[in-house]
Write a protein that binds this ligand. Structure first.
Ligand SMILES: [Mn+2]
Length: 290
């Protein structure tokens, strides 16, 4: 029997004690299928550590994590059982995280390898015709399976596609994958290669749309975010993400994740600081203000 629980950690920047609030941070340091180089399971704690180097105030949004919202940090998700995220574990973790998500209007999850995103989609969201999964990622991750696993970091988006259908999934920034993956993505019209293409697609979403935003840090150019498992040239700029966050404020982003940051491949710590910065900007952008 799989058992899942939260363990307390050093809280994220500006988080205050409490069981409920306007927004919450939840770490999921899960990593089992890294293919090239790993280290993402260190990310949630490292991001909290590097967040100490940035301010709670965002001059981009004129909002403050500490003064303007009640942010809580629920700690890290721990699975007691065998590590592989096979369907049985996945259902248990998803049910657990659905309850966690219900605590606050917005949740930011810190991964972990990209497979964890599947655990952040609640059964209710899968059934909701107004729900959208928007993925920012250098990689298509649409393989049917990878290295024998249907729940690999390189195959997880194919599972999401099966769960949601092409109308409710959008993959933005993808510039690496198999010919077959791109052919599939083009045929289903689920690809937004550039920030402008994504902004255009976002304009078409009805305002009551509920969104989970999945941010793989490798969507950014490797010159900006080298500390990740599979860096891919010709990536997006940080300013592109700030524009996307702003545009997403016209719909309801109920949760987001930041995945694939790998502290062991970040000796300077700058990718970690960038991850903390993006976490702050997402919390401030997607938490509704009184
Ligand atoms: Mn990726």
């Amino acid at each position: 029997m799989t058992s899942v629980r939260l363990i307390p950690v050093q809280p994220f920047l500006g988080a205050r004690p409490g069981e409920t609030g306007d927004a919450q941070v939840v770490g999921f340091p899960h990593e089992t299928t890294a293919s090239f180089r790993g280290g993402t399971h260190f990310a949630p704690q490292a991001i909290r550590h590097y967040a100490e180097s940035i301010e709670t105030y965002s001059p981009y949004q004129e909002r403050d994590l500490e003064q303007d919202i009640h942010l809580i940090d629920r700690g890290d998700v721990v699975i007691e059982e065998p590590l592989a995220l096979f369907p049985d574990h996945l259902q248990t973790v998803r049910a657990f995280l659905a309850e966690v998500k219900a605590r606050t209007p917005f949740t930011l999850f810190l991964g972990g390898e990209h497979t964890v995103t599947l655990a952040f989609l609640t059964p209710e969201e899968i059934d909701d015709p107004h729900f959208r999964l928007i993925v920012l990622d250098a990689h298509t991750d649409l393989r049917p399976t990878y290295q024998g696993s249907p729940y690999s970091h390189a195959a997880w988006a194919r599972r999401a596609l099966e769960w949601l259908g092409p109308e409710r999934l959008l993959i933005a920034g993808a510039r690496s994958g198999l010919r077959e993956e791109f052919a599939l993505a083009h045929r289903l019209n689920i690809l937004a290669p550039t920030p402008d293409a994504l902004l255009e697609r976002l304009q078409t979403l009805p305002p009551h749309t509920r969104v989970h935003l999945s941010l793989d840090i490798d969507v950014l150019d490797p010159s900006l975010a080298p500390g990740t498992g599979n860096p891919e040239p010709c990536g997006w700029q940080v300013q592109d993400l700030l524009r996307i966050f702003r545009a997403l404020r016209r719909v309801r982003v109920v949760s987001a994740d930041l995945v694939e940051y790998s502290p062991p491949h970040d000796p300077s710590g700058t990718t970690g600081i960038l991850a903390a910065f993006l976490a702050r900007e997402m919390i401030l952008a997607f938490t509704s203000f009184p």
